[in-house]
Design a protein around this ligand. Structure first.
Ligand code: LTN
Length: 175
C-alpha cells in the first residue's frame, strides 16, 4: 500500500499540527510505502519571502524527523526537487474544468484575503492532485479542510482513466 501526504512549510506549526497531523504521519508510515513531501511549490501561490521559505522548508523537514518520520522507512522530500510535480500539474490541468476549480471553497476564502490573487492559487488543487497521483497513492492522511481537494484529485484520476485508459489509482483520503 502506498501512502502520500504533503505539508506546507509556511504557517506556524503548533500543538494542533502535532496531535492532528504529525502524529498520524508517524503512525501511517508503518502501514506501507510512505512518501511525505514538503510542498514548497504550494507555498509560493501566496505572498512569501524566498529566503524565509528556504529556511522554513528545512525547519519543517527537521520537525518531520523530530516527530518520528524515519528516513530509513519513509521517503521525505521537497516538492520542488522533483520536477515531475510541476509537469504532472500541467498535464492534469488539461482534464480539469475551470468550473470545478471555481467551486473550491478554500480558493474563495483565500482569494478574499489577498489583494493579488495569483493564477497559481486558483490551480493549487491541480498541483496537489499531481502530488498524489504521481506515486499511485492508495491512502492520503490529511486534514478535514482538504476534503474537497482530495475529492477533486479522485475525479481527475477517474476522468484521466476514462479518457486515456487505466493510468492512475484513485486515492482514498483518511481524515
Ligand atoms: N493542500 C494541503 C497540502 C498538500 C497535500 C498534498 C496534502 C499539498 N499537496 C498532497 C496531501 C497530499 C494542505 O494545505 N494541507
Amino acid at each position: 500500500m502506498k501512502i502520500f501526504s504533503g505539508i506546507q512549510p509556511t504557517g506556524a506549526k503548533h500543538l494542533g499540527n502535532y496531535s492532528g497531523g504529525f502524529r498520524q504521519y508517524a503512525a501511517t508510515q508503518e502501514q506501507g510505502e510512505a512518501y511525505f513531501c514538503v510542498v514548497d511549490l504550494h507555498s509560493i501561490t501566496t505572498p512569501h519571502d524566498p529566503e524565509d521559505l528556504r529556511a522554513r522548508t528545512l525547519d519543517l523537514a527537521a520537525l518531520m524527523f523530530a516527530t518520528g518520520l524515519d528516513p530509513e522507512r519513509s521517503t521525505v522530500f521537497v516538492q520542488s526537487h522533483v520536477t515531475a510535480h510541476a509537469e504532472a500539474a500541467w498535464l492534469l490541468a488539461a482534464v480539469t474544468s475551470y468550473g470545478q476549480l471555481g467551486r473550491m471553497t478554500q480558493f474563495k476564502e483565500k482569494a478574499e484575503r489577498q489583494e493579488f490573487v495569483s493564477a497559481g492559487l486558483f490551480t493549487y488543487p491541480i498541483l496537489m492532485a499531481g502530488d498524489i497521483l504521481l506515486y499511485q497513492t492508495d491512502i492520503v492522511p490529511i486534514g478535514d479542510d482538504q476534503r474537497q481537494h482530495l475529492e477533486l484529485a479522485r475525479e481527475l484520476a477517474e476522468r484521466f482513466n476514462t479518457r486515456f485508459g487505466e493510468t492512475f489509482i484513485v486515492p482514498k483520503g483518511v481524515y
